[in-house]
Design a binder for this molecule. Sequence first.
Ligand code: ZN
Length: 159
Amino acid sequence: MFPDLGWRPEPIRFAVPGQTGAVTVRAAVVAALRDAGGLLLPQECAVCSRTGVACCVGCRPELQTLVRTVHGLAVHSGAVWDERTAAILRGLKEDGRTGLARVLSPALGAALRRAAAGQRVAVVPIPTGAAAFRRRGYRVPDLLLGRLGVPAVRLPASS
Ligand SMILES: [Zn+2]
């Protein structure tokens, strides 16, 4: 047989509308099927299950910029963390409901504006785990930041 020269094919990557960065073919197919499913299956509110909407107006998170100091660092948030916010985030992260990024991105935008205070800032999301990315086919921070037109900055892995 042939000797193993250590070469492994790189996954084919390309751009998908609404997502920043290149994604694998598998992730693009998952996103396309999800979009197609949204046309065929009725939506329901991620919080109260009312049909016809991804999240009803009354179930949207309460936007409020909050600043707390944790271990000497200012931590900014843009929404009150409650059952509604948790249900929406769970739908976005675990149920593949990427449309919920539209509901949560205003909270992130408010927190970023407050944190930046008019200065240029770089947003460095905590990296999505490889297993979570394979399962979801998307990165939640990229979806949220993409809706705001803010690029996610990736830092090189430290050695
Ligand atoms: Zn609702």
